[in-house]
Design a protein around this ligand. Structure first.
Ligand code: ADP
Ligand code: ADP
Length: 232
């Protein structure tokens, strides 16, 4: 299990006056699910992308297990962090199986092991492998693409998951099942999960803690769901 610490992290995109993330300090404890909620544009996605170094903070420091992320090789860092996004972000020219098997392939797993793992992950997100393995992303609905994106994020069994509205287009019943799977991965495998949602019920169901961000891209509240509900 890995804890993630943000120390006075600020991000200012080039040419913008307002900070996209403004002086955020927080500890995401190992093995917990921390859910970010807040209005659109308050810096949730930017925060995620700084953790896996798709973008760099303007100032401040991010550590994982005490190691400054700047001291780590970005590709290696990202192999240990599953990232699932609202737009799914699947490689359009690759089949579902190739998409899900990308990171295990990079890690040098054998073909058989990758194939078994792909099928296991598709089962986990409720897609019959026999039916979906060889499809291309364009042959899937939006919700199904998101589910493949989640399967891809989980495939190499990373200790950290960053999930940016990963279930937004998924039907409510499947969404409930996926939420239960995440809770299981947390309790059985001790994964540290950072989750963004606009759905407050989802935040309360999943979160050990909820981080409420405000219009000013600062943290307004960071507490248990019970405490956030009691003091909105
Ligand atoms: P959220 O995920 O909470 O909706 P984002 O992190 O996407 O917020 O965006 C935070 C702020 O940064 C917004 O004002 C957004 O317009 C701005 N922003 C995001 N990406 C870029 C970019 N690549 N260049 C300039 N501004 C950006
Ligand atoms: P969802 O509620 O998950 O977004 P949709 O109503 O978009 O589902 O799609 C319903 C069904 O149609 C799905 O089983 C999906 O596999 C199939 N489907 C959607 N788009 C395509 C496509 N372009 N090619 C093949 N099948 C598709």
């Amino acid at each position: 299990a890995s804890d993630i610490e943000l120390v006075d992290v600020t991000k200012r995109y080039g040419g913008t006056k307002r900070a996209a993330v403004d002086s955020v300090s927080m500890t995401i404890p190992a093995g917990e699910i921390v859910v970010f909620v807040g209005p659109s544009g308050c810096g949730k996605t930017t925060t995620m992308r700084m953790i896996n170094r798709l973008i760099e903070p303007t100032s401040g420091k991010i550590t994982i297990d005490g190691a400054d992320t700047r001291s780590l090789d970005p590709d290696e860092l990202r192999r240990g962090i599953g990232y699932a996004i609202q737009q799914a972000g699947l490689f359009p020219h690759m089949t579902v199986a190739q998409n899900v098997g990308t990171v295990p392939g990079l890690l040098g797993w054998s073909k058989t092991k990758v194939r078994d793992r792909v099928d296991e992950m598709l089962d986990l997100v409720g897609l019959d492998p026999a039916d979906y393995r060889d499809r291309f992303p364009r042959q899937l609905s939006g919700g199904q693409q998101q589910r493949v994106g989640v399967a891809r994020a989980l495939a190499a069994d990373p200790p950290v998951l960053l999930m940016d509205e990963p279930f937004g287009a998924v039907d409510p019943i499947t969404r409930g099942n996926l939420q239960d799977q995440l809770l299981r991965l947390q309790s059985e495998l001790g994964k540290t999960i950072v989750f963004v949602t606009h759905d407050f019920d989802e935040a309360v169901k999943l979160g050990d803690r909820i981080a409420v961000l405000g219009e000013q891209s600062r943290i307004l509240q960071y507490d248990t769901p019970e405490a956030v509900l009691a003091n909105p």
